[in-house]
Design a protein around this ligand. Structure first.
Ligand code: ATP
Ligand code: MG
Length: 403
């Protein structure tokens, strides 16, 4: 049997690569304008890093991590997300001692053992950003505005939903109220949620089972339990978003699937796909919990494949020139191709054999913008025949003047 890629692991090629690059390039350009610096993180970390940060009672840690032992028996994991690694690096390199605050972004593959389906893979790619050391809601607004600009620049329709989960002061009372509510609804919850409701009741709000989703509609709301300072933070954030003309919707059931979040959480939801495409939030205790100094922080991650699915027609930005040598003109035609390349043009030198018709069919197949046809007459006169592949117009011009 011919070898196939592993279930849930995909090759990305053809037009999908153009979409992928467009999402990545757009996100990078927005992040650059906001002065985020890149960090390239390892794909493998100690499994413990994710257990301690994402949380034991989460889908990612309980069901989705690729965990393995190396030859020395170290328990390692393929990273399921990028925040934990970024926090680990922030602490390990003492970045907190270098600047009053730090803004980083990363891009790369993430791995989760999920049931593969459209927009859900076992290896997928994220581009994400983190801000360390800023308490003020201005940072929350900046991060959400980055998300908004990425969506906007890509022309993707998605609604930004926000919520506040409170802090150490106010979360316990909420947790208790939610627990009490859920214990009266046990018969309506899925098997997982019956056990979650004791150990991690907030997780129930995030369950994808219909019956659980219906049940939690009437659950107590985090926003009704916020302490004064969380309330103030959330209200200020909403004011800032309005000032920045960023449309948003409050969703009091939004909790996110990871334990480390505090205060602001947000998601960009694409209604046409009925899924989240970008997600993030604040995690003010995580740096300290992983052994660093107390450092408020927040971030988000873009699902590159999911956003790519929402991009419509796509074409390569830089139009293609195809140089078509015809007869005994190889040297001259190569020279012309090199001239164009030196001018920064994208150039294919055709190796296709056959008559001019076959060559032009090939040019169409490559979606070339211009065919540069070079026969022996052209060589003798020091010209080329330039054909606009879209309009079909063609003219002889001096080789030096094509661009
Ligand atoms: P979901 O609720 O859809 O499982 P999530 O809450 O697990 O998403 P995050 O961990 O917040 O997702 O990751 C951020 C983004 O990464 C998601 O919004 C999505 O676009 C993308 N993503 C997450 N898991 C996958 C996957 N298995 N395949 C493709 N993209 C994914
Ligand atoms: Mg998930």
């Amino acid at each position: 049997m011919a070898l196939q890629s592993v279930r849930g692991f995909h090759d990305i090629l053809g037009d999908d690569i153009l979409r992928f690059k467009k999402v990545s390039g757009t996100a990078r350009s927005v992040l650059k304008r906001h002065n985020f610096e890149e960090i390239v993180l390892p794909v493998v970390e100690y499994a413990e890093l994710f257990q301690r940060s994402i949380g034991e009672v989460t889908d990612i840690v309980q069901k989705e991590m690729f965990v393995f032992k190396d030859r020395k028996g170290r328990v390692l994991a393929l990273r399921p997300e990028g925040t934990a690694g970024t926090v680990r690096a922030f602490i390990q390199h003492k970045l907190y001692a270098k600047r009053p605050y730090t803004k980083l972004f990363y891009e790369g593959p993430m791995f989760r053992y999920e049931r593969p389906q459209a927009g859900r893979y076992r290896q997928f790619h994220q581009i994400g950003a983190e801000v360390f050391g800023v308490q003020e809601p201005t940072a929350d607004a900046e991060v959400i505005s980055v998300v908004y600009k990425i969506l906007n620049s890509l022309g993707i329709e998605a609604v930004i939903e926000i919520n506040s989960l409170g802090c150490k002061e106010c979360r316990p009372a909420y947790r208790q109220a939610l627990k009490e509510f859920l214990s009266t609804k046990e018969e309506n919850l899925c098997k997982d949620c019956v056990s979650r409701k004791e150990r991690n009741p907030l997780r129930v709000l995030d369950c994808k089972e219909k019956s659980c989703q219906m049940t939690v509609k009437d659950a107590p709301k985090t926003v009704d339990f916020l302490c004064d300072s969380c309330n103030e933070h959330f209200n200020k954030l909403k004011e800032l978003l309005t000032e920045l003309s960023i449309p948003y919707r409050e969703n009091s059931n939004l909790v996110r699937g990871l334990d480390y979040y505090t205060r602001t959480v947000f998601e960009a939801v694409a209604e046409s796909l009925d899924t989240t495409v970008i997600a993030g939030g604040r995690y003010d205790y995580l740096v300290e919990e992983l052994g660093g100094p107390p450092t408020p922080a927040l971030g988000f991650a873009v699902g590159i494949e999911r956003l790519s699915l929402l991009l419509k027609e796509i074409e390569e930005q830089e139009g293609l020139y195809i140089v078509i040598p015809f007869g005994n003109v190889q040297g001259y035609a190569l020279e012309v191709a090199e001239k164009l390349r030196n001018k920064g043009k994208r150039v294919e030198f055709s190796y296709r054999k056959g008559g001019l018709r076959k060559q032009l069919e090939f040019a169409d197949k490559l979606r070339a913008k211009f065919a540069v046809i070079i026969g022996e007459d052209e060589m003798r006169e020091g010209v080329v025949t330039l054909k606009d592949m879209e309009s079909g117009e063609q003219s002889k011009i001096k080789a030096d003047e094509i661009v």
